[in-house]
Design a protein around this ligand. Sequence first.
Ligand SMILES: [Mg+2]
Length: 170
Amino acid sequence: MREQQERMRVSFDLDEVLFVSPKTHKTEPELPFPLNRIFHERLRLGTPDVIRTLQELGYEVWVYTSSFRSEKYIRRLFRLYGVHFDGIVNGNRHMKEVQQNSKNVLPQKMPQRYKISLHIDDEEVICSLGPQYGFRAYLLDAQDDEWKEKIVARAEQVKKLTNLEHRTNQ
Ligand SMILES: [Mg+2]
């Protein structure tokens, strides 16, 4: 029998990545009243499609945000767009599980601690830590009509690289 393969994990930052301003980015339609009064965030156009496509391709999709929005809030908001995340790390969870009582202040995000192989973020400083800490990153900031194709391609590339590394390490 074949060993069950672990699904590769991809995570998205929220602010300026999945949550964007309609002034600078194309966005998904806002939620109907009164839900739009509870959930103010606007999703980058294509967000539900990108997440579901990655999941259909066999990836786990996580959120990794340094904001303190609760997991419940994030889940409810995305469920209204038909999206279910495989895992969520917010500022609280990071503080509790990653930073803990460490005397050194660790980076704001440590995706490798959650076995995340690819993290998508708008902050260059976070993306630049990848090589040092052992994760790969994709920088997403401005409006980009082809973000889905580019991220799927990057995920497939990282999957190939990771498989290759596993084989060489055996
Ligand atoms: Mg951000």
